[in-house]
Each structure stands twice: as C-alpha cells, then as structure tokens.
Design a protein around this ligand. Structure first.
Ligand code: GTP
Ligand code: MG
Length: 200
C-alpha cells in the first residue's frame, strides 16, 4: 500500500473525544520506549509525524493520525515506565484500557516488543489481558537492526516458544526496524488486507 497522505488529527485523554465516524483504526501499544512513535513515522514515511524521544514516557495521549483520508493510525502511551510514579501510571493504564475496550473503530492492535530482550513479565501480562478481553492483535518486534541475524533468530525463537505456551494459535507477527525500514511493506500490506476485508 502506498501512503499518499498522513496528517495529525487530535490528541486526547478521553476516548469519548476521539474522532467521530467509522474509519478503521490501527493502534500501536507496548512498553515505553519500545519504538511505537518511531514505527509510525517509518510506516508513514513522515519523519516527525509522531513525537519520539530517547527518554521513555514521551507519548502521554491517544494520538490520531488520518492516513490516505480513509483510516487511522493511533499512537498510544507506553506502559510500564516505573519512573512515572504510581498515580501517573494508573492514569495512563486507564486511558489505554478504555481506548482498547471501548473504541468500536479499533480494528487491530499492534503490540510492540523490543526484539533485543527475552520475554518480559509485563508484556506477558498485557498479552494475557488482551486474550481475556478478546482484543484482536498482532505482534511487532522492533529495533531488529540492533541485533545480528543469529541473535535475532534466537530471540524470535524463544519468544514464539513462550507464546505457544500461552496461545493455541500464534498471533500474526512482524519483524521491523524503524532505522532501515524492515517490515514496512509487510505491515502496510497486512493493514491493507484488513481494510479490504472490511469494505467487502
Ligand atoms: P514512549 O512514547 O515514550 O512510550 O516511547 P515509544 O515507544 O514511542 O518510542 P520512540 O519511538 O519514542 O523511540 C524510543 C527510542 O528508541 C528513540 O531513541 C528511537 O530513536 C529509538 N528507536 C525506535 N525504533 C528504533 C529502531 O527500529 N531501531 C533503532 N536502532 N532505534 C529505534
Ligand atoms: Mg511514543
């Protein structure tokens, strides 16, 4: 799929104030600093559409970006950034959960996982929560450029093994790098496929 237009629409803490209408939405979630905003910029080919930072905790709102005037990318705050303090973390958790559970337009959630790390408890718990609530999701491994081929393959194997313990059927997954654009085509094709299914 070609991205012909990408524009920022609105930032929110309240799911009720998200854009009206029925355009499908693809939301990006994952631990703080995992690379959500960078991935959105990579996918859209717009360097600073979503705000990124080397310091965790950059995205604190639900951000809607209108793509090709027909669907949305949604940048969500990261979870699990301990330095934020409990009150802030609880508030972000509420924003994220409300959006995921209440937003009817939310078509697929991309859960981002840093390809460099072994499975982390916080992500496993989040996955479990998605399963309990029947949320449609896929997994996106990020920062693949930071590993060599062998390390990447080993980490993926470990992760998929771990997922199989929890899930009868593996969710779709993608391996990406916002640095060298790996996985861009696969992800956009996947979104295009779902968009097509929705209109037929
Ligand atoms: P929060 O909004 O704080 O939750 O973070 P985020 O998940 O949106 O992460 P962000 O995109 O801001 O990226 C965090 C840091 O990781 C930045 O310094 C990025 O440059 C870096 N980064 C993100 N993706 C990649 C990648 O694919 N490869 C490399 N090498 N660095 C990346
Ligand atoms: Mg961000």
């Amino acid at each position: 799929m070609e991205i012909t237009s990408a524009e920022f629409v609105i930032s929110n803490t309240d799911v009720k104030k998200c854009p009206a209408g029925t355009f499908p939405e693809y939301a990006f979630i994952g631990r703080s600093n995992v690379g959500k905003s960078s991935l959105i910029n990579m996918l859209t080919g717009r360097k600073s559409l979503a705000m990124t930072s080397a310091t965790p905790g950059k995205t604190l709102l639900i951000n809607h970006f209108l793509i090709n005037k027909s669907w949305y990318i949604v940048d969500l705050p990261g979870y699990g950034y301990a330095k934020r303090g409990q009150k802030m973390q609880a508030q972000l958790k509420r924003i994220i959960e409300e959006y995921i559970l209440e937003r009817a337009q939310m078509t697929n959630l991309f859960l981002l996982i840093d390809a460099r790390h072994a499975p982390q408890a916080i992500d496993m718990e989040f996955l479990e929560w998605l399963g309990e609530h029947g949320v449609p999701f896929s997994i996106v491994f990020t920062k693949a450029d930071k590993l060599n081929k062998g390390q990447l393959a080993a980490n993926l194997r470990l992760y998929l093994e771990r997922l199989r313990e929890q899930w009868e059927e593996l969710p779709p997954y993608f391996v990406t790098s916002s640095e060298n654009k790996n996985g861009r085509k696969e992800l956009l094709d996947y979104i295009e496929l779902i968009n097509k299914e929705l209109t037929t």
